[in-house]
Design a protein around this ligand. Structure first.
Ligand code: DAH
Length: 371
């Protein structure tokens, strides 16, 4: 009896426990549904799902323990647990759909483009001032019957110096002024700077190419880049542009040179500008001169632009030295000629009162668009 009673007592106890599960699961349902409703985002919602339906979840634990529920109660308890599971799954799915939609809407909002904002217009490039001046000067000479020649930027010592009568000790030959191209083989002489190959320091070498390659008479200009071992400052650049000119014909005089360059200056700077020729020295011309144009700011009075002189230096020129003609196989008894060379950046700055050559290279569209 005692045994049976005890058994009956145990059974009652178990029944009470099994029915306790039903209450517990009902409470879990309410609590879970509340947590689902409160989940602020899909990540929080996922935490709720794992906590309840995951491997170690609270409802999963109840499902696992179904085996220990008394047979008679199992259907009732199982039904409740399954109902709770469906309710939780449904609530999770509904909440997830709502949060997904909200998160998508937020992401779209964040990435949205405000089509009412003013647009950023594409910057249109312009022809660079250096090219504009080169073209302008080329046009002037084309109008005088000249042709445009081009020479190599990587030159030999012969064309850059020797054939231009530059004595071996001429200062422009020094290592400090010239970029020499060092032989890739590491040739000792070339490493010491005795290379024969260099970046041209002037366009004057094109004179020699023209005299070698062209039929006489010669009327050419040669625009192009030149290189010097200079540190950039307001009036120097390590790479800049020159325009060279060369005329070789019968009966060419210094008067032709003066007339041509005076015409050039008036075309570039204006009819009212004057020119003056100052004696100078260049190895490849004799006599040689530097040409100044009257200052466009003070008209010769003297100002800061012209450093008080009333004049601006714009180019070098002279009558081609007879030595230079004969070295290129031209008879100096029959032919004479003149040559000139100018810096394009310098002319551009003088024409537009630009105080610093480096401004031409900065690529600032606000500056460049003005020309
Ligand atoms: N090559 C000279 C220079 O770079 C400029 C020059 C002077 C060119 C006199 C000439 C000339 O053709 O005759 O400074």
């Amino acid at each position: 009896m005692r045994v049976r009673r005890r058994r009956r007592g145990e059974e009652t106890e178990r029944k009470r426990e099994d029915m306790g599960i039903v209450d517990e699961v009902a409470a879990l349902r309410e609590q879970t549904l509340a947590r689902i409703a409160q989940a602020a985002d899909t990540a929080a919602l996922e935490q709720v799902r794992i906590g309840v339906l995951g491997k170690a979840g609270t409802l999963t634990a109840h499902l696992r323990s179904m085996g220990q529920v008394a047979k008679e109660e199992r259907a009732q308890v199982g039904k409740t647990v399954n109902e709770v599971r469906s309710a939780v799954e449904e609530a999770l799915a509904a909440r997830k759909a709502a949060l997904d939609a909200a998160e998508l809407a937020a992401a779209i909002d964040a990435a949205a483009v405000d089509v009412t904002l003013p647009g950023r217009a594409q910057q249109m490039g312009t022809r660079h001032l250096i090219n504009a001046i080169t073209d302008e000067i080329s046009e002037i000479f084309l109008g005088l019957g000249y042709t445009v020649a081009h020479g190599p930027e990587v030159e030999t010592d012969y064309y850059n110096f020797e054939a231009l009568n530059a004595p071996a000790d001429h200062p422009s030959r020094s290592l400090a002024d010239t970029f020499y191209v060092v032989d890739r083989s590491g040739d000792a002489a070339s490493v010491r700077g005795e290379s024969d190959v260099l970046l041209r320091t002037q366009t004057s070498g094109v004179q020699v190419h023209a005299m070698e390659d062209r039929e006489l008479p010669i009327y050419v200009i040669a625009p192009g880049k030149v290189y010097r071992r200079d540190v950039a400052d307001p009036s120097h650049l390590p790479q800049f542009h020159q325009i060279e000119g060369l005329v070789v014909d019968e009966g060419i005089t210094f008067g032709d040179l003066k007339g041509t360059l005076d015409y050039l200056c008036k075309q570039v700077f204006g009819e009212e500008r004057k020119t003056r020729f100052r004696a100078h020295y260049f190895p490849f011309t004799e006599p040689s001169a530097e040409v100044d144009v009257s200052c466009g700011i003070c008209h010769g009075e003297g100002c800061r632009m012209c450093k008080g002189t009333g004049w601006l230096e714009i180019l070098g020129c002279g009558m081609v030295d007879p030595n230079v003609l004969s070295m290129s196989g031209i008879d100096p008894e029959k032919y004479s000629g003149f040559a000139f060379g100018m810096g394009v950046e310098r002319i551009a700055c003088l024409k537009y009162n630009v105080p610093d050559l480096r401004m031409l290279l900065e690529g600032d569209m606000r500056f460049l668009r003005q020309f």
